[in-house]
Design a protein around this ligand. Structure first.
Ligand SMILES: Nc1ncnc2c1ncn2[C@@H]1O[C@H](COP(=O)(O)OP(=O)(O)OP(=O)(O)O)[C@@H](O)[C@H]1O
Ligand SMILES: Cc1ncc(CO)c(N)n1
Length: 273
């Protein structure tokens, strides 16, 4: 049998950490790209020893190794979109920001991974500063969760109104082109509601609320799905809306594995009871 060669396969790049438990980070991103029929490439920033209960240990890659991975992928294969996840320290963030510019990477989705949904800080304070100054202004969209939006806006977020105000403030103060404040960590009716603001248009994005504790990797999955849709050539708002639908269905098929928060079911059409 002759192999059928396809020349127009969209390609996306994830610049993120490894999650040994397989629920978040590059493992979630590559599964999400594959689901969208987008070829997935990766630049690993750090290796976490992690499971459904939390992060046990983190080992950073040298920033030169992250740069080499980005260059190897972009200079040969080329990418139509990229996302960043856990970037860990100021050296890695500065190096990634520099390469995004040098390699002219378009359609950059920045998931400003700082604090997990459980409230655990995942990167150090200097890293947050570098992220604000060097990477966020280059993003087509940034996707902070409730706690990250609190840090970036500087005020507590307890309601949909607070989320709206934070999205507007982050857009204005950080020169973020588009902001999506995610509501997975909210209580009551605001849980699972996201706010989109691009300086012009403010949209409240809702799907069905899914009642599950298996929410590990929802943020990674959402930003990877946005990048996949952008790589395919969809516009930004359509990419976000469709990514949100994808996460909602993946949550509805989430996996009860481990003793804590299990991962979402990325390949739900293949899952059987
Ligand atoms: N229970 C839920 N029902 C419906 N949608 C949800 C639920 N939980 C999270 N989401 C959605 O999942 C997406 C990711 O948001 P979330 O706030 O969970 O990100 P995060 O905290 O960065 O995730 P992570 O667990 O990967 O750190 C958002 O679109 C959010 O609205
Ligand atoms: C590697 C990694 N990236 C991102 C997150 C946030 O969910 C996580 N827990 N682990």
């Amino acid at each position: 049998m002759n192999a059928e060669t396809r020349s127009k396969i969209p390609v996306a790049l994830t610049i993120a950490g490894s999650d040994s438990g397989g629920g978040a980070g590059i493992q979630a991103d590559l599964r999400t790209f594959a689901f969208h029929c987008v070829h997935g490439t990766s630049a690993v920033t750090c290796v976490t020893a992690q499971n459904t209960l939390g992060v046990v240990r983190v080992d950073a890659m040298p920033s030169e190794a992250v740069v080499a991975q980005m260059q190897a992928v972009v200079e040969d294969i080329g990418v139509q979109a990229a996302k960043t996840g856990m970037l860990l320290n100021p050296e890695i963030i500065a190096a990634v920001a520099q390469q995004v510019e040098t390699l002219e990477i378009d359609n950059l989705v920045v998931d400003p991974v700082m604090v997990s949904r459980t409230g655990a800080q995942l990167i150090d304070d200097d890293a947050i500063k570098t992220l604000r100054q060097q990477l966020i202004p280059q993003a087509a969209i940034i996707t902070p969760n409730r706690y990250e939006a609190q840090i970036l806006s500087g005020f507590p977020i307890n309601s949909l109104d607070d989320m709206r105000a934070a999205a507007q403030m982050i857009h204005r103060n950080l020169k973020a082109k588009t902001v999506l404040v995610k509501g997975g960590g909210m209580q009551g009716n605001a849980r699972g509601v996201d706010i989109w603001f691009d300086g012009n248009r403010l949209e409240i994005l809702t799907t069905q609320q899914v009642d599950t504790q298996n929410t590990h990797g929802t943020g990674c999955t959402l930003s990877a799905a946005i990048a996949a849709n952008l790589a395919i050539g969809k516009d930004l708002l359509t990419s976000v809306k469709q990514a949100k639908e994808y996460v909602t269905t993946a949550l509805a098929y989430s996996l009860s594995i481990g003793k804590g928060q299990g991962p979402v079911g990325h390949f739900f059409p293949l899952l059987r009871n």
